[in-house]
Design a binder for this molecule. Sequence first.
Ligand code: G3H
Ligand code: 13P
Ligand code: ZN
Length: 324
Amino acid sequence: MQKQAVSYKSLGLCNSRELFKKAVSGGYAVPAYNFNNLEQLQAIIMACAETKSPVILQVSKGARSYANETLLRYLAQGAVAFAEELGSPVPIVLHLDHGDSFELCKDCIESGFSSVMIDGSHLPYDENVALTKKVVEYAHQFDVTVEGELGVLAGIEDEVSHASHTYTQPEEVEDFVAKTGVDSLAISIGTSHGAFKFKPGEDPKIRLDILAEIEKRIPGFPIVLHGASSVPQELVKVINEHGGKLKDAIGIGEDQLRLAAKSAVCKINIDSDGRLAMTAAVRKVLDEKPEEFDPRKYLGPARDSLKQLYMHKIKNVLGSDGKA
Ligand code: G3H
Ligand code: 13P
Ligand code: ZN
């Protein structure tokens, strides 16, 4: 069956342009929370409605095939209606996380995404520029915003693992932004994907000095931080106490992220912390009540725990509460 293209505008979504402008001048960051299923989406909307925070619903390539692209479009439209029903019609962006090809970005734009990331960070510089520019030229025809990336994060990303960081080179950012026309730029300053960002004994710091240097070169330009989960140790403890095996899971300190959010960092990506919150809650229920087999009895607590985590991030880390 031929699929009909749908514009994000008809779904009640918005792109990220205005949100980022306000976030940069207001000294806060918009949360970009990844989701794959209904409970995660419910938790995100409930948390953002309650705190009156704008939000970026972030969907990876894997999440898109997990949830189904058609269903996703209705889920996003439903999220807009749900926030309104909660009395808090916060701005909602539907964003492709780590798009790896022009075709995927185009497909997402045609199925209702209001923002896409084209991640050419693994390519040679000129190829990254060419691919990013191509996506920008296409996306801007539909008023869809585009995030590009310079520098490579350590850790695991779409099953590809990088042992060490390649920090963003501040000398490259002006040229990249000018040549591609991107709306925001993801940078590599020591954050990484997943729950194992640092080894025990390492100094869990990010390179705020590189961030400052980048800001100097592109003042006021929206910067994005990936791999920004803090890996709350109390969640790791609950998981391990209830049969889990997460050894030496370490994340980025929330104090560092708070500093970054006050700068030109206007979008902070959090996925792993949500995974930990859900897993801890599900493990606890199933371990303590082995007779339970109604999914609502373990996914409900998981959703509540996620909502609390997201509200905490908004109020105490990102500073986006009340900014909707
Ligand atoms: O950066 C990656 C995000 O955490 C999404 O992960 O590709 O497993 O959905 P995923
Ligand atoms: P975390 O794995 O640190 O949550 O990072 C998520 C992310 O960057 C999604 O793009
Ligand atoms: Zn990422």
